[in-house]
Design a binder for this molecule. Structure first.
Ligand SMILES: [Zn+2]
Ligand SMILES: [Zn+2]
Length: 242
Protein backbone atom coordinates (compact mmCIF):
# COMPACT_ATOMS: atom_id res chain seq x y z
CA UNK A 1 0.00 0.00 0.00
CA UNK A 2 1.36 3.37 -1.06
CA UNK A 3 2.02 5.88 1.70
CA UNK A 4 -1.22 7.59 2.82
CA UNK A 5 0.45 11.00 3.04
CA UNK A 6 0.52 10.92 -0.76
CA UNK A 7 -2.65 8.95 -1.60
CA UNK A 8 -5.03 11.09 0.49
CA UNK A 9 -4.22 14.45 -1.20
CA UNK A 10 -4.37 12.84 -4.66
CA UNK A 11 -7.74 11.13 -4.03
CA UNK A 12 -9.16 14.24 -2.31
CA UNK A 13 -8.23 16.50 -5.26
CA UNK A 14 -10.08 14.17 -7.64
CA UNK A 15 -13.17 14.38 -5.43
CA UNK A 16 -13.33 18.16 -5.92
CA UNK A 17 -15.38 19.74 -8.68
CA UNK A 18 -12.63 21.64 -10.55
CA UNK A 19 -10.96 22.17 -13.93
CA UNK A 20 -7.73 20.40 -12.92
CA UNK A 21 -7.14 18.23 -9.84
CA UNK A 22 -3.36 18.57 -10.28
CA UNK A 23 -3.63 22.36 -10.08
CA UNK A 24 -5.48 21.91 -6.78
CA UNK A 25 -2.70 19.65 -5.46
CA UNK A 26 -0.08 22.20 -6.51
CA UNK A 27 -2.04 25.05 -4.95
CA UNK A 28 -2.26 23.34 -1.57
CA UNK A 29 1.46 22.47 -1.70
CA UNK A 30 2.21 26.09 -2.56
CA UNK A 31 0.06 27.44 0.31
CA UNK A 32 1.72 25.02 2.74
CA UNK A 33 5.22 25.93 1.47
CA UNK A 34 4.59 29.65 1.91
CA UNK A 35 3.29 29.05 5.43
CA UNK A 36 6.33 26.88 6.14
CA UNK A 37 8.88 29.38 4.86
CA UNK A 38 7.36 32.27 6.78
CA UNK A 39 6.70 30.19 9.89
CA UNK A 40 9.30 29.38 12.58
CA UNK A 41 11.25 27.30 10.04
CA UNK A 42 13.00 30.31 8.49
CA UNK A 43 15.14 30.45 11.62
CA UNK A 44 16.33 26.87 11.08
CA UNK A 45 19.89 26.69 9.79
CA UNK A 46 19.31 24.19 6.97
CA UNK A 47 16.25 26.07 5.67
CA UNK A 48 18.16 29.36 5.74
CA UNK A 49 21.10 27.80 3.93
CA UNK A 50 18.75 26.70 1.16
CA UNK A 51 16.83 29.99 0.90
CA UNK A 52 20.15 31.89 0.87
CA UNK A 53 21.40 29.78 -1.98
CA UNK A 54 18.22 29.45 -4.08
CA UNK A 55 16.25 32.62 -3.37
CA UNK A 56 12.72 32.87 -4.80
CA UNK A 57 11.25 33.22 -8.29
CA UNK A 58 9.19 36.32 -9.21
CA UNK A 59 5.86 34.61 -8.62
CA UNK A 60 6.76 33.32 -5.17
CA UNK A 61 8.49 36.41 -3.85
CA UNK A 62 5.29 38.22 -4.78
CA UNK A 63 3.19 35.69 -2.86
CA UNK A 64 5.57 35.82 0.13
CA UNK A 65 5.28 39.61 0.13
CA UNK A 66 1.48 39.34 0.28
CA UNK A 67 1.80 37.34 3.50
CA UNK A 68 1.74 39.14 6.82
CA UNK A 69 5.25 38.11 7.94
CA UNK A 70 7.24 40.93 6.31
CA UNK A 71 10.04 40.64 8.90
CA UNK A 72 10.63 36.98 8.05
CA UNK A 73 10.86 37.82 4.35
CA UNK A 74 13.17 40.77 5.03
CA UNK A 75 15.55 38.55 7.04
CA UNK A 76 15.63 35.88 4.35
CA UNK A 77 16.18 38.36 1.52
CA UNK A 78 18.88 40.15 3.51
CA UNK A 79 21.01 37.04 3.84
CA UNK A 80 20.17 35.86 0.29
CA UNK A 81 21.24 39.19 -1.19
CA UNK A 82 24.45 39.09 0.86
CA UNK A 83 25.26 35.70 -0.62
CA UNK A 84 24.44 36.89 -4.15
CA UNK A 85 26.63 39.97 -3.63
CA UNK A 86 29.69 37.95 -2.67
CA UNK A 87 29.15 35.57 -5.62
CA UNK A 88 28.80 38.51 -8.01
CA UNK A 89 31.98 40.14 -6.70
CA UNK A 90 33.85 36.89 -6.99
CA UNK A 91 32.66 36.19 -10.55
CA UNK A 92 33.35 39.73 -11.76
CA UNK A 93 36.90 39.72 -10.46
CA UNK A 94 37.73 36.38 -12.17
CA UNK A 95 35.91 37.47 -15.37
CA UNK A 96 38.02 40.63 -15.54
CA UNK A 97 41.26 38.70 -15.34
CA UNK A 98 40.09 36.38 -18.13
CA UNK A 99 38.88 39.18 -20.41
CA UNK A 100 42.24 40.98 -20.08
CA UNK A 101 43.95 37.82 -21.33
CA UNK A 102 41.39 37.48 -24.16
CA UNK A 103 42.12 40.95 -25.55
CA UNK A 104 45.03 39.35 -27.33
CA UNK A 105 43.05 36.48 -28.88
CA UNK A 106 40.59 36.51 -31.80
CA UNK A 107 38.22 33.97 -30.24
CA UNK A 108 34.55 34.94 -30.11
CA UNK A 109 33.52 35.95 -26.60
CA UNK A 110 31.59 33.37 -24.53
CA UNK A 111 28.61 34.38 -22.42
CA UNK A 112 29.83 36.26 -19.40
CA UNK A 113 29.79 34.14 -16.25
CA UNK A 114 27.91 36.86 -14.47
CA UNK A 115 25.15 36.64 -17.09
CA UNK A 116 24.91 32.85 -16.67
CA UNK A 117 24.89 33.12 -12.87
CA UNK A 118 22.16 35.78 -12.71
CA UNK A 119 20.06 34.08 -15.41
CA UNK A 120 20.16 30.85 -13.38
CA UNK A 121 19.29 32.75 -10.21
CA UNK A 122 16.14 34.15 -11.84
CA UNK A 123 14.60 30.70 -12.13
CA UNK A 124 15.95 29.15 -8.93
CA UNK A 125 13.39 29.12 -6.13
CA UNK A 126 13.24 27.42 -2.75
CA UNK A 127 9.43 27.25 -2.88
CA UNK A 128 9.27 25.88 -6.45
CA UNK A 129 11.78 23.17 -5.46
CA UNK A 130 9.83 22.30 -2.31
CA UNK A 131 6.53 22.07 -4.22
CA UNK A 132 8.02 20.04 -7.07
CA UNK A 133 9.61 17.48 -4.78
CA UNK A 134 6.22 16.46 -3.32
CA UNK A 135 4.34 17.00 -6.57
CA UNK A 136 6.53 14.36 -8.25
CA UNK A 137 5.47 11.91 -5.51
CA UNK A 138 1.83 12.82 -6.24
CA UNK A 139 2.33 12.01 -9.93
CA UNK A 140 3.86 8.62 -8.98
CA UNK A 141 0.93 8.02 -6.64
CA UNK A 142 -1.58 8.99 -9.34
CA UNK A 143 -0.23 6.26 -11.65
CA UNK A 144 0.05 3.77 -8.78
CA UNK A 145 -3.66 4.31 -7.99
CA UNK A 146 -4.57 4.05 -11.69
CA UNK A 147 -2.96 0.60 -11.71
CA UNK A 148 -4.21 -0.65 -8.34
CA UNK A 149 -7.44 1.02 -7.36
CA UNK A 150 -10.60 0.62 -9.44
CA UNK A 151 -12.55 3.15 -7.35
CA UNK A 152 -9.87 5.75 -8.13
CA UNK A 153 -10.17 5.02 -11.87
CA UNK A 154 -13.93 5.66 -11.53
CA UNK A 155 -13.13 8.95 -9.83
CA UNK A 156 -10.76 9.99 -12.65
CA UNK A 157 -13.38 9.01 -15.20
CA UNK A 158 -15.89 11.38 -13.65
CA UNK A 159 -13.49 14.37 -13.37
CA UNK A 160 -13.71 17.48 -15.55
CA UNK A 161 -10.35 16.97 -17.25
CA UNK A 162 -7.07 18.79 -16.65
CA UNK A 163 -5.36 22.07 -17.43
CA UNK A 164 -3.29 21.88 -20.63
CA UNK A 165 0.05 21.68 -18.80
CA UNK A 166 -1.01 18.84 -16.51
CA UNK A 167 -2.76 16.95 -19.31
CA UNK A 168 0.51 17.09 -21.27
CA UNK A 169 2.42 16.01 -18.14
CA UNK A 170 0.39 12.86 -17.44
CA UNK A 171 0.23 12.07 -21.16
CA UNK A 172 4.01 12.22 -21.30
CA UNK A 173 4.65 10.38 -18.01
CA UNK A 174 2.24 7.52 -18.73
CA UNK A 175 4.64 5.35 -20.82
CA UNK A 176 7.21 5.55 -17.98
CA UNK A 177 4.70 4.29 -15.40
CA UNK A 178 2.30 2.01 -17.31
CA UNK A 179 2.75 -0.54 -20.06
CA UNK A 180 0.89 -2.69 -22.57
CA UNK A 181 -2.86 -2.79 -22.16
CA UNK A 182 -2.88 -0.60 -19.03
CA UNK A 183 -1.12 2.20 -20.99
CA UNK A 184 -3.59 1.83 -23.84
CA UNK A 185 -6.64 1.90 -21.58
CA UNK A 186 -5.20 4.93 -19.74
CA UNK A 187 -4.94 6.89 -23.00
CA UNK A 188 -8.40 5.66 -24.06
CA UNK A 189 -9.73 7.04 -20.80
CA UNK A 190 -8.01 10.44 -20.46
CA UNK A 191 -8.05 11.58 -24.09
CA UNK A 192 -11.87 11.70 -24.49
CA UNK A 193 -12.18 13.20 -20.98
CA UNK A 194 -9.86 16.03 -22.02
CA UNK A 195 -11.44 16.66 -25.43
CA UNK A 196 -15.02 16.52 -24.08
CA UNK A 197 -14.16 18.94 -21.32
CA UNK A 198 -12.43 21.38 -23.67
CA UNK A 199 -15.64 21.28 -25.76
CA UNK A 200 -17.70 21.91 -22.61
CA UNK A 201 -15.51 24.91 -21.65
CA UNK A 202 -15.80 26.27 -25.21
CA UNK A 203 -19.60 26.10 -25.01
CA UNK A 204 -19.65 27.71 -21.57
CA UNK A 205 -17.33 30.50 -22.67
CA UNK A 206 -19.39 30.97 -25.83
CA UNK A 207 -22.51 31.49 -23.69
CA UNK A 208 -20.55 33.85 -21.40
CA UNK A 209 -19.67 35.96 -24.49
CA UNK A 210 -23.24 35.84 -25.82
CA UNK A 211 -24.57 37.03 -22.48
CA UNK A 212 -22.85 40.40 -23.01
CA UNK A 213 -25.16 40.90 -26.01
CA UNK A 214 -28.33 42.75 -24.96
CA UNK A 215 -30.51 40.19 -26.80
CA UNK A 216 -29.42 37.50 -24.31
CA UNK A 217 -29.17 39.69 -21.22
CA UNK A 218 -32.31 38.23 -19.65
CA UNK A 219 -31.49 34.61 -20.48
CA UNK A 220 -30.21 32.40 -17.64
CA UNK A 221 -26.44 32.14 -17.08
CA UNK A 222 -26.57 28.32 -16.92
CA UNK A 223 -23.02 27.24 -15.96
CA UNK A 224 -21.35 30.23 -17.59
CA UNK A 225 -21.14 32.84 -14.86
CA UNK A 226 -17.55 31.85 -13.96
CA UNK A 227 -16.68 30.46 -17.43
CA UNK A 228 -13.85 32.97 -17.93
CA UNK A 229 -12.12 32.02 -14.66
CA UNK A 230 -12.50 28.32 -15.43
CA UNK A 231 -11.19 28.82 -18.98
CA UNK A 232 -8.10 30.53 -17.54
CA UNK A 233 -7.60 27.54 -15.29
CA UNK A 234 -8.01 25.11 -18.18
CA UNK A 235 -5.67 27.02 -20.49
CA UNK A 236 -3.15 28.56 -18.09
CA UNK A 237 -3.43 26.42 -14.96
CA UNK A 238 -4.12 29.44 -12.75
CA UNK A 239 -6.76 29.12 -10.03
CA UNK A 240 -8.68 32.40 -9.80
CA UNK A 241 -10.90 32.78 -6.80
CA UNK A 242 -14.27 34.31 -7.58
ZN1 LIG B 1 -3.39 21.80 -13.78
ZN1 LIG C 1 8.97 29.74 -7.26
Amino acid sequence: MKDKIYTIPVVDAFKEDCECPFCLMKKSLEDASIEFVLGPSYMEVDVREQTNKLGFCKEHVNKLYSNKNRLGLALMLHSHLNEVKSQVENIISTDEIKSKKKLFSNKQADDKKIYTYITEKKSSCYICDKINMTFERYIDTFFYLIKKDKSFVDLVQSCSGFCLEHFALIYNEAPKKLNGSSLESFYNMITPIQINNINRILEELDWFIKKSDYRFANEPWNNSKDALQRTIQKVNGIIINN
